[in-house]
Design a protein around this ligand. Structure first.
Ligand SMILES: [Fe+2]
Length: 235
């Protein structure tokens, strides 16, 4: 982005799309061809986050999963490759969708079958730093490392059954729980905050801002990292 331009403002407005079966991928059409430019955008996104000073602020479970997933930093992976790395480990399966932002009811119906949807949409070059819309990089880089691990798969296994039998009010609570944990959650590790959520991990600006907050909490005397941080959160 040009430094003189103002950063994009997140309005929270993401167009909802309903599943259109005529546009959807089938079992036979899961693999699609990406342009060279899309592979380069993927590579730039990957390199932007795969930096030691950023990775050290992310929880170790994510990094372990990323090792197991063995993503190619320079190329968007095929669905077959992702399933080779994930399904034997946890039984979860990846499916491609043409929907850019799957609504929760459709999402959780797939979840109940242990299917994790990844959109075919990849952000454009002018959205490298920030996109309000979860794209393929978010879905794959942010979420899928966790799906190589049993502890995470078991947590995810609990969401869909609860959601599918919930009342409308309860559904909103479950969506919020997912939002503040799997998307934007933090965890404590070695008496430090670490980034856990895929939404934070997959956006360099979001990740950098979150890390700055960790430092700000100390600078503003909200948290004293020389003491027990967890205890301080209980006050
Ligand atoms: Fe997500």
């Amino acid at each position: 982005m040009n430094k003189n331009q103002n950063p994009p403002i997140y309005t929270g407005d993401i167009a909802e799309e309903r599943l259109d079966p005529s546009r959807e991928y089938t079992a036979e059409t899961q693999e699609i061809i990406f342009s060279d430019e899309q592979h380069v955008i993927w590579a730039d996104l990957f390199a932007g986050i795969h930096q030691p000073y950023l990775l050290e602020q992310i929880c170790h479970e994510f990094k372990e999963g990323l090792e197991l997933l063995q993503l190619d930093p320079g190329h968007i992976p095929t669905v077959a490759y992702l399933n080779e790395r994930i399904s034997p480990r946890t039984g979860w399966r990846i499916e491609r969708t043409a929907v850019r932002y799957t609504i929760a009811d459709d999402w959780y119906k797939k979840f109940a079958q242990r299917i994790f949807l990844i959109t075919d949409y990849l952000r454009t070059r002018d959205q490298i730093e920030f996109t309000p819309e979860p794209d393929m990089f978010h879905d794959i880089f942010g979420h899928l490392p966790y799906l190589t691990m049993d502890f995470y798969a078991h947590i995810e296994d609990k969401f869909a059954p609860a959601y599918l039998k919930a009342t409308q009010d309860e559904k909103e609570v479950i969506k919020r729980l997912a939002w503040y944990s799997t998307e934007f959650g933090l965890v404590m590790e070695d008496n430090r905050f670490k980034v856990f959520g895929a939404g934070t991990i997959s956006g360099r600006a979001e990740l950098a801002n979150t890390i700055m907050e960790f430092y700000r909490l100390s600078r503003d005397n909200v948290i004293d990292y020389s003491g027990n941080v967890f205890e301080q959160l209980q006050v």
